[in-house]
Design a protein around this ligand. Sequence first.
Ligand SMILES: [Zn+2]
Length: 291
Amino acid sequence: MIDRHRVGQIEITRIVELNEPFLTPEKMFAEATPEAVAPHLEWLLPNGMCPDSGRLILPIQTYLIRTPHHVALVDTCIGNHKSMAGFKRWAGRDDQQWLAQLAAAGVQPEDVDFVFCTHLHLDHCGWNTRLVDCRWVPTFPNARYLFAKDEYAYAERRAREEADPVFAENVLPVMEAGCGELVAADFVLNEHLYFESTPGHTPGHVAVHLQSADHHGVVTGDLIHSPLQCHHPEWNFLYDEIPELAQRTRRAFLERHADAGTLVLASHFPSPSVGHFLRHGNAFRYRYVTD
Ligand SMILES: [Zn+2]
């Protein structure tokens, strides 16, 4: 599945690794109840929710960004042959279609200049590396991989304290190959690309902003998981690490970008994922670009 968008001179292509039902809203968000979800079924079904299981459909995807100067990837999905401590159903994948989509979009691994990770959970940094002769090596040999410092420290800590394999498989090999760099959470690459600190889902989570003249876009990462949270910004996702901070960050982000013309490149919103935040009563709603 490929589709393209534009922010001024910047071209954006979605590279979708998986697009599957995940969990029911009640499981994903502790505060969600069937009564609270009911008014939204009309727009959720069938693209955003599996009609049979009632589980929300959650794509795992990368945003390929082409500025006039660079090729960048924001988040790199699950990847192949990963151990996946808590998510065995995504472990040991052996599927070349993500790389094939990248190629279909005109990009070979050698062409990538930058890799950004909004955060270092297992579905956002998997293709950072691939297994070659039993060793993890950077998938994009010519890229600079930029990690927010606090997020890197968090991933390193999880590896130590929870034996989480993500750091050893997806992050450390990049650093050891000399391709990684630690940057501040408000890092500015150039006039087109910069980070915004958006902590809560993880301690060092960043959103990645795209700017071209007056045009503005942003890759959300996991500061928001579902358009349901536009209506209920207070609903925290099951895996939000610092729930109270996640809530504050999400609400402030929605306030800032609603009705502001920002093209929202949502990481896990159902396809086509891309759209705009609009104000709606005391909260917000989401309008997909195709609507
Ligand atoms: Zn995620």
